[in-house]
Design a protein around this ligand. Structure first.
Ligand code: PEP
Ligand code: MG
Length: 889
């Protein structure tokens, strides 16, 4: 390692060196080299931090000597020396990883102060208050990060207690009322406290101070909050942090000094105007700590027009240089402006889109750069209600962000009551809170502003329904404990009872006690322009998973190019139809069953006609019934309970007893592997025969209005060619009958690839299928053997312990599930070269999975309506990432 350069002067680096110098260091280097007023300094590499960790927390040999050489260069440039009692240099020591981790790691300011340099600085500045204020901050900061431990009292808050007690003794109401003399006394107190707690004097040797500060920053890479932050943000633990050492400039040396933070454009609206705040006579931490209220940057224009002009010129130069909106930290020292940091500014979805489109129009960036720059997930904020930007709140719990958008309302603990009180009922804003949800809860869910569940993963029922209907939902929030009996949930010491107001942020998984203001983001013209550019670039088509004409219309307005999955069983859950569906299932004879199926045919024919009308000529993949039939019947547990209660009361209900016998006979130990999908079509062919007829008759009715119709009938859960052959042969017969009765129609039969065996034998399966759609929810479940409804219990620890890189139900497991998909694509096309290939599992809306689908050559992805814009952008980015090459769609 010794032959690699560990320490880089700012002028030796540049913006491309983020891996080695961290984001902050690379940008300080870049700004230095383009001639901006950056105080001189140097960067210790991320590799050195990793070396330190590998050595078990020891400084690498020779490293401090390298630091001394760089320090000497900085000293020469500035004409001051660290620790020089005549004219001392002071430095800041700041962390800076490749990706910004705001506030997670340690920082030390004013390093180089000791009893001797304090005296000389007082002489030089004639400002003892400023000098002792800097010293007391330094004593506290270095002790806090370098010397504190669980067995001593050297954390920041211990020092703040000492200060607080002294302020009370002095009768000072705020820090600003404390005199220089009193701050000197405070420093003496601090030093005595450090000696007592640390067992040694506060180091007066400045190199010892520097070494302690650098070591503390290295260590802070692995503090608890940094680890947690990385886990959330999916940042690798192996990157390490760089350390930036920079000459201090002071914003707190008088009224011609100040400090602030500003964005080159407004980060919430994207408007092209400098946005930010500043404080005169202050250090950065005063702004953060909220001790004083900062002023909007526009005030600087009147307060100090020359500085404002300088600052706004620099904003322009930085934007021009980086071709992106920048977040800038600055300090004014005696009327001179210094830039201490710049980075690409964090922004909301709507502002990201506006900035990208404006920058293309201003000729700063190309459309391709604009498309590549925005994280597709950010677009979600352009579609759903959001918590009013700037609103203050504290989350009481965090679950899975299962249905994006924000919602606020009163907590209601059963679906029936939610339906009575909510939308379509009394019109109150309600949040449905359940331990988990089932199809029975649908009505309550639809009446609610948002849904919160204790259990269930990203593909649980609640999550699927929520995303499908655009209901903000937090699922799998295992830290809350829901009691249906008491109609309340608890978390820690907080109890939320029925009727109490709560709010959810389904985009982040946050649960908030009380009400927050929720607003609808505006669909701006830029949004359409931006997605139009994505459409020019992408090769993958984007369809939607939708079961109702309303959802189809919504998805089309978001840019969907057809239906990739219509789950027809959802049409059976309607209140009016459910009794007919139940009677059909419970029929004792084929004749009786046919009677009910004929009734259902009328409903389904109308459903499909409406869907084809809404599609206006776009194609539709319609899946035949998939779930086990008992899902449409009352649960076995509730029937047992009801009949037992009647018996205990000496009563009986023969119809209920009958129902219990039937439901018991249909009970399955493992229904997800049981009588469902095409197996159901083989055992009860009448149901899918009715559905096929309904689809084609509905399509023919729509065709009569003059629109094109392209039904693609999909047979689910096929594992063996013969299953598909059997079902298809039967349904082709029905199709031919309909055509003979009603006229020609462009229909196809295809299948889902949801079972590993189907993927492995795709060459055979393709002989009977015009198209494949990857059902990656089931394919993931069957490949891993993980139940998609129960896996949240172990997947969380799996991901935390890095047993898996992420939840495979969210993003395709490329090595396993992905390999099966690739095999299916190759084998399928080997026997049917024009095989149409798509994906309709939840992964169809996940940007990483979409990139994989592009790579293996699928024709389209399909996702819930609200993810359509995300998929359009992700598909464009996937094509840009492989150089824009691709297939014709
Ligand atoms: C799938 O399994 O990926 C799929 C789309 O079907 P469902 O979620 O309805 O089982
Ligand atoms: Mg499935």
């Amino acid at each position: 390692m010794a032959d690699t350069k560990r320490v880089w002067l700012f002028e030796e680096g540049n913006a491309t060196m983020r891996d080695l110098l961290g984001g902050k260091g690379a940008n300080l280097a870049e700004m230095t080299n383009i001639g901006l007023p950056v105080p001189p300094g140097f960067v210790i590499t991320t590799a050195t931090c990793n070396e330190y960790t590998k050595l078990g927390g020891k400084m690498p040999e020779g490293f401090i000597d390298e630091v001394k050489v760089a320090l000497a260069a900085v000293e020469a440039k500035i004409g001051k020396k660290l620790g020089d009692p005549a004219d001392p240099l002071l430095v800041s020591v700041r962390s800076g990883a490749k990706f910004s981790m705001p506030g997670m790691m340690d920082t030390v300011l004013n390093l180089g102060l000791n009893d001797a340099t304090v005296e000389s600085l007082i002489k030089l500045t004639d400002n003892p208050r400023f000098v002792y204020d800097s010293y007391r901050r330094f004593l506290m900061m270095l002790s806090d990060v370098a010397f504190s431990s669980s067995t001593n009292h050297l954390s920041k808050h211990h020092f703040e207690h000492i200060f607080y007690d002294l302020k009370t003794k002095w009768g000072a109401k705020s820090d600003l009322e404390v005199t220089g003399e009193q701050l000197k006394e405070l420093c003496e107190n601090y030093k005595a406290h450090i000696k007592k707690e640390a067992g040694h004097e506060f180091p007066q040797d400045v190199i010892a101070q520097l070494s302690a500060a650098v070591e503390a920053v290295f260590k802070s890479w692995n503090n608890d909050r940094a680890i947690l932050y990385r886990r959330r943000e999916k940042i690798s633990d192996d990157l390490g942090t760089a350390v930036n050492i920079q000459a201090m400039v002071f914003g707190n040396m008088g009224d011609d000094c100040g400090t602030g933070v500003a964005f080159t454009r407004d980060p919430s609206t994207g408007n092209n105007e400098v946005f930010g705040e500043y404080l005169m006579n202050a250090q950065g931490e005063d702004v953060v700590a909220g001790v004083r209220t900062p002023m909007p940057i526009s005030e600087l224009k009147t307060q100090n027009p020359a500085i404002y002009q300088d600052f706004s010129d620099i904003c322009g130069r930085l934007e021009n240089h980086y071709k992106d909106m920048q977040d800038i930290e600055f300090t004014i020292e005696h009327g001179k402006l210094y830039i201490l940091q710049c980075r690409s500014g964090k922004r909301t979805g709507p502002s990201a889109v506006k900035i990208a489109v404006d920058m293309v129009n201003e000729g700063r960036i190309t459309k391709e750069v604009a498309l590549a720059r925005i994280n597709p997930e950010l677009l979600d904020q352009c579609l759903h209600p959001v918590i009013k930007p700037g609103a203050k709140f504290t989350a009481i719990a965090k679950g899975l962000p299962a249905g994006p958008g924000a919602a606020t309302g009163i907590a209601i603990f059963d679906a029936q009551r939610a339906a009575e009180l909510g939308k379509g009922g009394e019109g109150k804003r309600v949040i449905l809170v359940r331990a988990d949800t089932s199809p029975d809860d649908l009505k309550g869910m639809l009446a609610s502003e948002g849904v919160l569940t204790e259990r269930g993963g990203m593909t649980s029922h609640a999550a699927l329904v929520a995303r499908g209907f655009g209901i903000p939902t937090v699922a799998g929030c295992s830290s809350i404990s829901v009691s249906d009996a008491k109609r309340e949930f608890t978390i820690g010491g907080v109890t939320v009872k029925e009727g109490d107001p709560i709010s959810l942020n389904g985009s982040t998984g946050e649960v908030i006690a009380g009400t927050v203001e929720v607003v609808n983001p505006e669909m701006t013209g830029e949004f359409g322009t931006f997605l139009g550019w994505a459409d020019e670039v992408r090769k993958l088509r984007v369809r939607t998973n939708a079961d109702t004409p309303e959802d189809v219309a919504l998805a089309i307005s978001f840019g969907a190019e057809g239906i990739g999955l219509c789950r027809t069983e959802h049409m059976f859950f309607d209140e009016e139809r459910r009794p007919i569906v139940q009677a059909m299932i419970l029929s004792d004879s084929d004749e009786e069953r046919k009677k009910y199926l004929d009734e259902l045919l009328k409903f389904q024919r109308h459903d499909f006609e409406q869907i084809f009308l809404a599609l206006k000529g776009l194609p539709a993949t319609i899946r035949l019934i998939d779930p086990p039939l008992h899902e449409f019947l009352p649960s076995l547990e509730s029937l047992i309970e009801e009949t037992a209660t009647l018996k205990a009361q000496g009563k009986s209900d023969p119809a209920k007893d009958d129902l219990l016998v039937k439901v018991r006979s249909m009970h399955e130990i493992n229904p997800m592997m049981g009588l469902r999908g095409c197996r159901l079509s083989i055992v009860f062919p009448q149901i899918v025969e009715m559905q096929t007829r309904a689809i084609l008759e509905g399509a023919l009715a729509a065709k009569k209005t003059g629109i094109d119709v392209h039904p693609e009938i999909m047979i689910p859960l096929v594992g063996h060619l013969n299953e598909l052959k059997t079902v298809r042969a039967d349904l082709e017969r029905v199709a031919k009958e309909v055509v003979a009765e009603g006229g020609e129609i462009d229909y196809q039969f295809g299948t889902m690839i949801e079972i590993p065996r189907a993927a492995l034998t795709a060459d055979k399966i393709a002989t009977e299928a015009a198209f494949f759609s990857f059902g990656t929810n089931d394919l993931t479940q069957m490949t891993f053997g993980f139940s998609r409804d129960d896996s949240d219990k172990f997947l969380k620890p799996y991901v935390e312990q890095k047993i898996l890189p992420g939840d495979p139900f969210e993003s395709i497991d490329i090595d396993g599930v992905g390999q099966l998909m690739q095999i299916a694509v190759e084998k399928g096309r080997s026997t049917r070269p024009n095989l149409k290939l798509g994906i309709c599992g939840e992964h169809g809306g996940d940007p990483n999975s979409i990139a994989f689908c592009h790579k293996i050559g699928l024709n389209y992805v399909s996702c819930s309506p609200f993810r359509v814009p995300i998929a359009r952008l992700a598909a464009a980015q996937a094509n840009l990432a492989d150089g824009g090459s691709g297939r014709d769609r």
